[in-house]
Design a protein around this ligand. Structure first.
Ligand code: SF4
Length: 284
């Protein structure tokens, strides 16, 4: 049986950076009490490894009065950032530079008097963070339908949630153009998600079984699994090697493997070893 592993499986740049920062801080000699504000990434296995090294997860800043706080890759709100510094905590800002850029662009345009339109899901923590940097009017739209309900504006700025589709951003921009005298758009989309999905689709079409590895709490991994299921019915989303089931591989000539942007390499390697153990006639 052949195993095809996606080239873009696992950690994206921002998640890798945040995870490295957390492990580095955890192993500092004479390190201070270290916490992350929410799980550092959507991987229960990575969070558990950090916990073994003494890094605790706190839900909000009221749970920590001293020591070090690590801020997650998809960012926090401006108020949370201020509170962390005001409390005198040692702040390790692991916000992905792409998310940071979107936050800064919102602040800049807002300060210049632009009404801001953020294209994204309003309850997503990354969007909540980006929105919080607006100093004037701000609207969050998830679709063209939402954009059609926007009021007429004078000066409008548009940025997108980093995982937004280019198609939706462009469609919202078209609607805004008709509603405003002046429009500035920053394309803040990061292609990490779409690159993983496009590659996974091609692989899923070429194999008889597709495995998607990553946290069940990771939206991008769940979406990756859905995208593959639409093409290959024998698709399975697993978090760990223990969840592999021998019947998935019966009569299978080729198995494809991909992983969400918050899945570490060691978890992917464990699953690959598991597949090889279940199907001894494998070829890499
Ligand atoms: S998906 Fe893109 S924006 Fe989000 S953390 Fe990864 S690299 Fe950064």
């Amino acid at each position: 049986m052949k195993i095809v592993v996606a080239r873009h499986a696992g950690f994206c740049f921002g998640v890798k950076r945040a995870t490295l920062m957390a492990f580095e801080k955890a192993s500092e000699e004479g390190g201070r009490r270290t916490c992350t504000l929410g799980p550092i990434i959507h991987s229960p296995q990575v969070v558990a490894r950090l916990e073994e090294k003494g890094v605790k997860v706190v839900k909000c800043l009221s749970e920590i009065d001293e020591g070090r706080i690590i801020l997650r890759s998809h960012g926090v709100t401006a108020a949370e950032m201020k509170e962390a510094y005001d409390k005198g905590l040692d702040v390790v800002d692991a916000t992905c530079p792409f998310v940071k850029k979107a936050q800064n662009q919102v602040k800049m345009l807002s300060d210049e008097g632009y009404d801001m339109v953020i294209v994204g899901e309003k309850d997503h923590p990354e969007v909540e963070g980006i929105v919080s940097y607006a100093t004037g009017k701000v609207f969050v739209v998830a679709s063209v339908g939402d954009a059609l309900n926007l009021p007429d504006m004078k000066k409008t700025g548009v940025v997108a949630q980093t995982t937004q589709s280019y198609h939706t951003l462009k469609a919202v921009v078209d609607v805004c153009l008709a509603k405003t005298q002046e429009l500035r758009v920053f394309n803040t989309i990061c292609d990490a998600t779409s690159v993983r999905q496009e590659e996974a689709k091609v692989i899923a079409g070429d194999v008889d079984c597709m495995l998607v590895i990553g946290g069940f709490n990771s939206a991008n991994t769940r979406r990756l699994s859905e995208v593959c299921s639409e093409i290959q019915k024998n698709t399975h989303h697993v978090e760990t090697v223990e969840q592999l089931s021998p019947e998935w591989f019966v009569g299978v000539r080729a198995v494809g493997v991909t992983a969400g942007a918050s899945t570490p390499k060691w978890l992917i390697d464990e699953v690959l070893e598991g597949i090889k153990a279940l199907c001894p006639d494998k070829k890499g």
